[in-house]
Design a protein around this ligand. Structure first.
Ligand code: ZN
Length: 377
């Protein structure tokens, strides 16, 4: 098995949460065993950290990617245009801890895309990264509820119209379903069919809206990927588990056409955004029990911590046109996820059976429990 390791170094407002020397001592055994494919670290402004890391990785011939948030999570930086949710709330936020917030930026804003590039050019270009690993490339998922989905700024509404949607009708539907305590009692939302292009939903307005959100992410991200490629950088993408990613605006089949690799987050145990149990619960809360049953009837039950869902996702991901490096949890975060060596081993076996040969133990090598790290060797 080959490994791509991640290291979260803090965001723009922080100096650095990681020490390059300690990180390299953890990476060295994997390099010596010929198992270290790449390292992704970011996105604090501590350039000395990246320089020290890169110096040794260059000697080893291992590429270093900058992990960079796009449509969310630039704590301490106010230069982005935020989304305007259907219910007019100013900001849609999910706070996990003082270190992790989920505020979303409007993905159709040219200014927002230019800001990401300009931040890269100003702060990080001099390091000479091999590429960028783009995180938070999505809308708010169902965890913010239907009323928090999408953006209803003037520009987004114009784009919806151009794509055949009536923004007023869509907003009306979102708020209607959001205000039903049990949506399925009034008008059941059903998930009719799943393909690699996403879910078909029985409500025509919502069906079209979910699809358009994906198109918008694909178009905006396509421009960003082109711009990074023009700078000579490779581009990797951090994606949700595909069946749930559709509701955050992600379709791996389209995003994979431009990217160099994708990392689907197959997080079976995480009780936080992007975690499968958390997103399935959010689906149940936002779309109703019938829709949750539809989803699980395609992807298997919640038993065995979504083992069947992950197996099915791995099979579907084989049709992706770029490299796929499945991501799985290897960290323990109190109150969010507990990972034991047994769980790590089970996930490695599952991925190995699916014929993918490169994985991303997530989220943070710097904080990974020793016993889980040993399980990877
Ligand atoms: Zn907008």
């Amino acid at each position: 098995m080959q490994y791509v390791f991640q290291c979260f170094t803090g965001d723009l407002s922080e100096v650095s949460l990681a020490d390059a020397g300690i990180l390299l001592s953890k990476l060295k055994p994997f390099h010596e065993a010929g198992q270290l494919k790449a390292v992704m670290a970011g996105w604090s402004l501590d350039l000395d950290f990246y320089r020290s890391l890169k110096e040794t990785l260059d000697q080893w011939g291992v590429p270093l990617y900058l992990k960079l948030a796009v449509f969310s999570e630039w704590n301490g930086y106010e230069g982005f245009e935020k989304t305007v949710p259907a219910d007019g709330r100013e900001v849609s936020t999910h706070v996990l801890s003082s270190e992790e917030t989920f505020e979303f930026r409007c993905p159709t804003s040219e200014h927002n895309l230019e800001e990401v590039l300009s931040l890269y050019d100003r702060h990080f270009a001099e390091i000479g990264f091999s590429g960028v690993f783009l995180d938070r490339i999505r809308y708010s998922s169902l965890t913010s509820g239907l009323a928090g989905m999408g953006c209803f700024c003037d520009r987004c509404q114009r784009i919806y119209r151009r794509k055949g949607l009536d923004p007023d009708k869509v907003r009306e539907k979102l708020l209607h379903y959001a205000s039903c305590p049990e949506p399925e009692l009034q008008q059941p939302l059903r998930l009719l069919e799943y393909t690699n292009d996403g879910w078909r939903v029985n409500d025509p307005e919502l069906d079209a809206f979910f699809r358009v959100r994906c198109e918008i992410i694909e178009e905006s991200l396509g421009r960003l990927i082109d711009a990074f490629h023009e700078r000579g950088l490779k581009v990797g993408l951090d994606l949700f588990a595909p069946s749930l990613g559709y509701f955050a605006g992600q379709r791996f089949r389209y995003l994979g056409k431009k990217a160099d690799f994708v990392k689907p987050m197959l997080y079976r145990y995480t009780d936080a955004p992007a975690g499968i149990p958390f997103e399935v619960d959010a689906l149940r809360d936002a779309l109703g029990e019938s829709a949750a049953e539809d989803c699980l009837s395609v992807f298997g039950t919640e038993a065995e911590h979504y083992r069947k869902l992950v197996e099915q996702e791995l099979t579907n991901l084989r049709s992706c046109s770029c490299d796929v490096y499945p991501g799985f949890e290897a960290n323990t975060v109190p109150g969010v996820v507990t990972m034991s060596p047994e769980r790590v081993k089970d996930m490695l076996n599952l991925i190995q059976k699916s014929s993918f040969d490169t994985v991303v133990p997530s989220w943070n090598l710097a904080m990974m429990p020793k016993e889980n790290l040993i399980e990877l060797h």
